[in-house]
Design a protein around this ligand. Structure first.
Ligand code: C6P
Length: 414
C-alpha cells in the first residue's frame, strides 16, 4: 500500500461526521479537500497567539506573523521546485492567478495576437482570455481533445502552434476527465513556437509531484484548498525575470516602495503583486498543509490514487449501463483520481441525490467545464467522484452499492 489511508483519516475530524444517518464518505476532492487537524490547529494558533498584520509591525507578534507567512511561501516554492519565494505570489485561488496573468500579460498583446488554450479547460482558463479578447481584439484559439475523448490532441497542438500564439495556457490535469496532460512536452513545443507558457495546475499540484524547473513553464497556477489547505489562498508562480518585467494589476498598500502625489514605485517581488492586507491565516495554514503532504510524499499520493482508480474502473466495469469518461485500461495511470461517469437512464443530479442519502458526497453538473462536457462528451451533465489521501477501497465499495440503489430507486433494469 502506498500510504495508510486509515491512519490518515484519523487526522480529519470532519470524516467522523454523520450525515443522513451515515458516516460521511467524502468524494468531492476535486472541488475542495478536507482539512487535517494540523492545518486547523495552525490557523487557530495564529488567531490565539500571534494575530497581527504582516510587514508593518515593530512588535513581536507582527514579526512572528510575517516570518510564518514568508515561511509558508518558502515551503510552497520548495514544493514545486521554484527558485525562491520571490517567485510565489499569493492570490485568492487558481482563478485569480489566471486572471492576474490575463490582465498583466494581456497588456502587452495587441489586436490580431493569438492566445491558445484547449477544449479541456476549466472556465477559469477560458473566461479571462475571452474577456481579454473582447478588450483587446486578440484571437482565442483552442486545441481539441483527441478522438478518444480523453487526451489532448498533440498533433492539433503542433498545427495550432504554427500560427505563433503569443500565449499558450493549458491545464495540466482535467477536472472532468482526470487526464494528466504531458505538460513538459506542451511547454517545450510552445516555447519552440515563441509562446509564453502558463500551466493550470489546480488538479495536478495536489495529486502528483510538480517541478516547475523540469517542466520549464513560465507560470503555474494552483489553489491551497484543493490540497488540504484553507480556502482563499491560491498560488501564482512565475519565473522571476518575467514577474520583474510585469506591471502589477492591483495597486494599494504593501505593493509599493514609494508613493508621491503623482506616481509610485513598486515593491520587490513577490510583494509587488500582493496589494493590501494579505490572507495571513490562509498563508500560514497552507504552510501546514504542505508540511502534511510532504510527510506523506507526493509519489505516494499518486500511487494511492492510481490504486483507487484501477479498483474503481474494475468495479464499475461490472455494472451494466455505467459509462466512465476518460482514459481506461492500461492508461489508467495517466489520470489523477478524478472519475466522471454516467448511468443509462439516470440524471446525474438524481445520482448525486441518492448518493447523498447514503452519506456519499459527489458532484454532478458541468464542473465549470461546459465546453468540454457539452461539446466533447456530448452530455449536459455528468456525475463525478474524486479521491484523495483519506479515501480507501471501502469508499468505492459504498459507491458501487449506491449505484445499485440509484438503479433500484429509478427502476432501471439490469
Ligand atoms: N475546479 C471542481 O469542482 P479555484 O476555484 O479558483 O480554486 O480553481 C479553479 C479551477 C481551475 N482549474 C481547474 C482544472 C479546476 O479544476 C478548478 C476548480 C473545481 O472541478 C471547482 S469548479
Amino acid at each position: 500500500m502506498a500510504l495508510d489511508a486509515e491512519r490518515i483519516r484519523k487526522d480529519f475530524p470532519i470524516l467522523e461526521s454523520v450525515y443522513n444517518g451515515k458516516k460521511l464518505v467524502y468524494l468531492d476532492n476535486a472541488a475542495t479537500t478536507q482539512k487535517p487537524r494540523q492545518v486547523i490547529d495552525r490557523i487557530s494558533e495564529y488567531y490565539r497567539t500571534y494575530n497581527a498584520n504582516i510587514h508593518r509591525g515593530m512588535y513581536a507578534i507582527s514579526v512572528k506573523a510575517t516570518e510564518e507567512y514568508v515561511r509558508s511561501k518558502e515551503m510552497a516554492a520548495k514544493f514545486i521546485n521554484a527558485g525562491s519565494y520571490r517567485e510565489i505570489i499569493y492570490t485568492r485561488n487558481t482563478t485569480e492567478s489566471l486572471n492576474v496573468l490575463a490582465l498583466a500579460l494581456g497588456e502587452k498583446l495587441s489586436r490580431g495576437d493569438t492566445v491558445l488554450i484547449s477544449t479541456m479547460e476549466h472556465h477559469s482558463n477560458i473566461v479571462p482570455w475571452q474577456m481579454l479578447a473582447r478588450r483587446k481584439g486578440i484571437a482565442l484559439e483552442y486545441v481539441d481533445v483527441a478522438e478518444d475523448k480523453s487526451s489532448l490532441d498533440m498533433e492539433g497542438l503542433k498545427a495550432k502552434l504554427e500560427r505563433k500564439p503569443k500565449i499558450v495556457s493549458m491545464t495540466m490535469a482535467s477536472n472532468v476527465l482526470g487526464t494528466v496532460n504531458d505538460a513538459k512536452a506542451i511547454t517545450r513545443l510552445a516555447h519552440g513556437a515563441g509562446a509564453t507558457v502558463i500551466l493550470d495546475g489546480a488538479q495536478h499540484v495536489p495529486h502528483m509531484r510538480t517541478d516547475v524547473k523540469e517542466l520549464g513553464c513560465d507560470f503555474l497556477a494552483f489553489s491551497s484548498h484543493k490540497m488540504l489547505g484553507p480556502s482563499g489562498i491560491g498560488v501564482l508562480y512565475g519565473k522571476e525575470e518575467l514577474l520583474e518585467s510585469m506591471e502589477p494589476v492591483l495597486g494599494g498598500g504593501d505593493m509599493i516602495r514609494s508613493v508621491d502625489f503623482q506616481s509610485s514605485t513598486w515593491n520587490e517581488l513577490p510583494w509587488k503583486f500582493e496589494a493590501g492586507t494579505s490572507n495571513i491565516e490562509g498563508g500560514i495554514g497552507f504552510g501546514a498543509a504542505i508540511e502534511y503532504l510532504n510527510g506523506i510524499g507526493m509519489d505516494n499520493v499518486k500511487a494511492h490514487e492510481d490504486e483507487l482508480t484501477a479498483y474503481a474502473l474494475k468495479r464499475f466495469s461490472e455494472i451494466k449501463g455505467m459509462k466512465v469518461h476518460g482514459l481506461k485500461g492500461d492508461r489508467f495511470g495517466e489520470r489523477i483520481g478524478v472519475m466522471s461517469f454516467s448511468i443509462d437512464g439516470a440524471h446525474p443530479h438524481d445520482i448525486a441525490q441518492v448518493f447523498d442519502s447514503e452519506g456519499i458526497a459527489i458532484r454532478a453538473g458541468h464542473h465549470c467545464a461546459m465546453p468540454l462536457v457539452t461539446s466533447v462528451l456530448n452530455e449536459d451533465s455528468v456525475a463525478r467522484m474524486s479521491f484523495y489521501v483519506y479515501n480507501g477501497k471501502e469508499d468505492i465499495d459504498k459507491v458501487v452499492d449506491a449505484v445499485r440503489k440509484v438503479k433500484a430507486v429509478l427502476k432501471i433494469k439490469d
